[in-house]
Design a protein around this ligand. Structure first.
Ligand SMILES: Cc1ncc(COP(=O)(O)O)c(C=O)c1O
Length: 361
């Protein structure tokens, strides 16, 4: 009989989460809003070092609301790392914005020298029509260079937001993930550091932005006794039941982070991993293989052993849908894609799981 499947990063939840969801159920706050949403937002704001948090149905929704806030349309350019998940740029793409991709450095995060070149070139080309959002990404739970990106965006007059979907609990020079730029974004998707089964958030110091995002996430209803709309909004709010689960997950965040660190240390003793980044949350451990062939062989062997492993993100500039998008560099991301392997990194990995994993590698 096949051994039980080991997943890449499955949800880790138990009695505490069940009790929290049931208590929210019993409280009768079954509509999208409620006291658990407010409490979850307070906790997220504190954790991110930001003044405000807006709890939403996904990180993709959070990024979309930021694009709505900036008024992104086909006259805008979105500059983002090429090595990331498509949702980083998806909302801007749907609004017709042009996407420009930047290679990564050896850590996997956006190469800030290339970012500087891109912004300088866009400034020369667009002059007075320069409308640019830089979406930084904290790849695999490793914060990008907040200070350098903030400085570049200040210099060129670009907006900066951080896609910290993968990075809850990580830090950069003592600053929490998501604390740079105009706003940060988290994901509570099922495979993330904490899960609400599906969810996300915006964190920001800008109270007016948070209020507008909250309003847009609930169809942009005006506070009237009837349905009054000055603009068309979205249905992106997180439900009270799921916020209750999020709070229970946050209660164990320190423990989760410690477990993930242990897993990464264990892998590092045996395998060559992506270079360490100070403050990372070890969402996923990434092994660096000697060649694409070795990576493919390992993927196949993991599959045969019923263990989920995955190639590193395929760079966005190689995706057919972004064919022809301007890209600064790209070779480093391509090499990481060919050789990088995401290893099972779930909070609940057991001794027996590790034995099976190491047997494969
Ligand atoms: C970097 C990055 N951005 C955005 C997202 C989208 O998050 P969600 O699934 O919550 O929309 C994810 C993961 O799913 C991600 O890894």
């Amino acid at each position: 009989m096949n051994a039980e499947r080991i997943f890449l990063s499955p949800p880790f939840a138990g009695d505490a989460e069940r009790r929290a969801v049931m208590a929210a159920f019993d409280s009768k706050y079954l509509a999208p809003t409620g006291p658990m949403v407010d409490e979850f937002e307070r906790r997220l704001a504190a954790l991110s070092g930001r003044r405000h948090a807006v709890a939403l149905s996904s990180a993709t929704a959070a990024i979309d609301l930021l694009m709505a806030e900036f008024g992104v349309d086909c006259s805008w350019t979105i500059v983002a790392p090429t090595l990331t998940f498509i949702a980083t740029v998806g909302p801007a793409f749907h609004r017709g914005a042009r996407t420009v991709f930047i290679d990564c450095d050896e850590t996997g995060n956006m190469d800030v020298t290339l970012l500087g070149e891109a912004l300088a070139e866009l400034k020369r080309e667009l002059a007075g029509a320069f409308k640019v959002v830089v979406v930084g990404v904290d790849l695999y739970g490793r914060c990008c260079d907040y200070e350098a990106i903030e400085e570049l965006c200040r210099r060129f007059g670009a907006l900066f937001v951080v896609d910290a979907a993968e990075a809850l609990g990580a830090t950069r020079n003592g600053r929490p993930a998501g604390s740079a730029g105009v706003a940060g974004v988290y994901s509570f998707n099922g495979n993330k550091i904490i899960t609400t089964s599906g969810g996300g958030a915006i964190v920001t110091d800008d109270g007016a932005l948070a209020a507008r995002a909250r309003k847009r996430s609930q169809q942009s209803r005006e506070p009237r006794p009837w349905y009054e709309h000055r603009e068309v909004g979205y249905n992106y709010r997180l439900s009270n039941l799921l916020a209750a689960m999020g709070i229970a997950q946050l209660d164990r965040l320190d423990w989760i982070l410690a477990r993930r660190r242990e897993h990464a240390d264990r892998y590092r003793q045996r395998l060559r991993l992506l270079p360490k980044v100070e403050g990372e949350n070890h969402w996923l451990s990434i092994a660096l293989c000697a060649s694409r062939r070795e990576r493919d062989e390992l993927l196949e062997r993991f599959a045969r052993a019923n263990i989920e492993a995955r190639a590193v993100w395929k760079p966005l500039h190689l995706q057919p849908v972004f064919n022809g998008a301007r890209t600064y560099g790209g070779k480093v991301a391509e090499r990481l894609f060919r050789r990088g392997l995401c290893l099972p990194s779930g909070t609940g990995l057991s001794e027996n799981d590790f034995q099976r994993i190491f047997k494969v590698v």
